[in-house]
Structure formats: C-alpha cells, structure tokens
Design a protein around this ligand. Structure first.
Ligand SMILES: Cc1cc2nc3c(=O)[nH]c(=O)nc-3n(C[C@H](O)[C@H](O)[C@H](O)COP(=O)(O)O)c2cc1C
Length: 363
C-alpha cells in the first residue's frame, strides 16, 4: 500500500509542478565545491546521477548566500552571478532527467568561522561560539539584518535565473535563521527579537521577499529543526512558526528529524515529531520528513505519521537509485566500501568526508 503511494505522482499545489514519486534527496554537504564556491564536475555528477536514477526532488548541499556565511571549505556558493555558469549546468542536468531541482540557501551566522570568512561571525546577538577563534559572534545592526534578508532573496533570484525549480530556505541545524528563531541565541529588544513573532521576522521576511521576487511556480520550501535546544528552539514555537509560514504561502515544510521514530513529549502524549506537525497543520501544507529512513517499513511509518514526501540523506548517498530499490531486499545499510561509494559517483573527496560520519565507510 505505501509502495503504491510512494510511487504515485504528487502535485505541488500552487506551483503546478508534478513530482514523479514521493522521494526527496535531502541537502547533503559534500565539500566538493571550488574555493570560490563554484560547482565542480564531481559535485554536479553526484547530484545528476540521483536525478537520473529516480529521485523526484534533488536538493543541493547548503549553499552560502553571502561570503560572511560560508562555514566550511568546499561549500557551494550562490552569493554571486559568477556562480551562474555552474548553477545553470547543474539545474539543466537535474531537470533533463525529470527531477525537480532545489538549492538549499544558507548562512552559517555565528557558526561561520573567522578562519573561513576573515570576519567576526554575525548573528542575531553576541553569542558564544565554539566554531570560530573569535569565541563570540557580534550582534547584527538593524540595517545589516535587512541586507541579510536581501542576500537570501538575491540568491533565490539567481537560482531561478539559473533554471532551478525552487529553493529550500535552511532554517534548521543551528545556523543563522535558527539563531534568530531561538530564545537563547536571540536576545534582541528591537523588532527582530523578543516575542516569537519578532524572532521569526527574519525568516518570514526572507520568505516574503523570495515570493515577491520570483514567479508563483518557483518552489519555496523551508527546512526547520522542530527542536533545537542549544538555540532555545522548542516544539511549541516551531509549530507556531510553521503556521505562520503556511499563511505566508510556502509550498513545502521540511522537518529535519534525524530519526523519525523518536517520540517527544507533547501535550501529555509521547508522539513522533512528524505526527505532531501533521496533526497541527492538517492538510494545509506539503510535509517532507527526513531522518533514518532506509526501507519500506520506514517509508510506511513516515506516511502513517502524516508525511507527504520522504526525505533521505545517507540512503541516497549509498544508493543513487534508492527510490527504485527501497521496497526490495537489495537495500543495504552502512558500512559501505569505498569501491561501492565510488561506483555511486562519490569522488575521493566526498568519500573522505563521509569517513567522518561514524560507521558509514568500511575501513
Ligand atoms: C554528509 C551529510 C551532509 C549533510 N549536509 C546537510 C546540509 O548541507 N544541509 C542540511 O540541511 N542537512 C544536511 N545534512 C542532514 C541530512 O540532510 C539529513 O537530514 C540527515 O542525514 C538525516 O537523514 P538520513 O538519516 O536519511 O541520513 C547532512 C547529513 C549528512 C550525512
């Protein structure tokens, strides 16, 4: 039953774009971009392969919208028109295989090390940060916040120009947008801090700006971490923010769960995060859920929890044709040999990076 749903087409209401099945390759940093942020053939190849082999949506790695947000070496950039030739090539090659292409637009905020950017990291507030030798971020001035909103909007316009179907705004994992959303990392007293409405203003202005600047068929997705304790992001507030985002007309809400089976306490019940969101938001929004999904029973569970689309990270790294093999027995889990990963179009650089993910690479 869930196999039939998984393999059925899905209309992204509002954009009129039709997905060929319910699979999503989630954003996966792979460290393969050039020093200036431009794409390499290796990075294009690994994504193109997954478009060719059956994923419905292909999301790029997190891509910095401004040099001050670049957070690691080999990170993709969408900060300048100089990136356009590679982006045009990538969008064209993904789309030629019938997949929908999204760029994940990103700024690291206090997690963008001075060692990479040459600047003191910026954030909603002055926060302690382990990622930078400056040890602290500095609070952005109000005009800088407005400028930063425009960085995301300009990046989205650039992605549209390049031929991408849409963007995913990276509001998850403790980066700049999460730093604005969370009570612990945002202690501003102007209109960008304080109440939840004010703390979510940065994200909402980004979404509004992108909507205004791009045609209606351009997909606007937002990825969040429903809970992010170190920034002070809580499930109740994330639901409220999501309701606002739905009203603002986003097309997709992507929940980064790490493990969809984890249950959390919510109004006297222990529930999986995706179930809570789907109950609270109802049919109003297309929900992607991602986290430790490998096989048919995981897909079934995600649908039961109310997900519309199924996101994978590691399964998609290991198996370019994961959407075609998910319901078969030939769907191995880690560890994977370097040879296996190389045949899956991971370059030596990407394989090296995957060795940092415990238990993924054999030997
Ligand atoms: C190598 C690697 C790189 C990742 N890079 C990103 C990224 O750039 N942006 C992002 O939002 N999440 C990133 N993630 C998180 C994944 O998108 C995904 O949510 C996570 O891996 C859990 O899904 P999985 O269990 O299917 O792997 C990354 C994960 C991995 C393993």
């Amino acid at each position: 039953m869930s196999e039939d749903i998984f393999n059925s087409e899905f209309l992204l209401v509002g954009t009129n774009k039709v997905l060929r099945n319910r699979s999503v390759l989630a954003a996966l940093t792979n460290k393969q971009s050039n020093d200036d942020g431009s794409l390499t053939e290796e990075e294009i190849k690994w994504l193109e392969r997954r478009a060719h082999d059956g994923f419905a949506i292909i999301t790029t790695a997190a891509a910095f919208v401004h040099p001050s947000g670049k957070s690691w070496s080999g990170e993709l950039g969408v900060h300048s028109d100089e990136m356009l030739p590679g982006l045009i090539d990538l969008a064209g090659r993904i789309n030629s295989h019938g997949a929908i292409s999204l760029v994940q637009i990103f700024h690291g905020g206090m997690r963008a090390p001075t060692e990479i950017t040459g600047k003191t990291p910026i954030s909603s507030s002055r926060n302690r940060t382990k990622q930078s030798s400056t040890n602290f971020s500095r609070a952005m001035l109000e005009p800088e916040i407005k400028e930063a909103v425009q960085w995301y909007v300009d990046a989205a316009i650039r992605c549209h120009k390049a031929g991408f179907d849409g963007v995913e705004v990276h509001g998850a994992h403790g980066y700049l947008i999460t730093q604005f959303l969370g009570k612990k990392t945002n202690n501003r007293s102007d209109e960008w801090g304080g109440t939840l409405r004010n703390r979510s203003r940065f994200l909402i202005e980004i979404v509004r700006g992108i909507r205004r600047a791009t045609p209606r068929d351009f997909v606007v997705a937002v990825r969040i971490s429903p809970e992010y304790p170190s920034c002070g992001v809580t499930i109740d507030e994330s639901i409220e923010v999501s309701k606002i985002l739905v009203k603002e007309g986003i097309d997709i809400l992507h929940l980064s769960c790490w493990d969809i089976n984890n249950k959390i306490q919510y109004k006297n019940e222990q529930l999986p995060i995706t179930s809570i969101f789907s109950k609270q938001l109802g049919e109003k929004i297309t929900l992607i859920t991602t986290g430790s999904i490998w096989d048919g029973s995981d897909v079934n569970e995600a649908f039961n929890q109310g997900a519309d689309l199924i996101g994978v990270g590691r399964a998609g790294i290991a198996h370019p044709d994961w959407p075609r093999r998910v319901f078969t027995a030939d769907n191995r889990r880690p560890p994977f040999t370097k040879l296996h990963l190389s045949k899956a179009d991971l370059s030596p650089k990407f394989i090296d990076y995957m060795q940092l993910w415990e238990g993924f690479v054999d030997g």
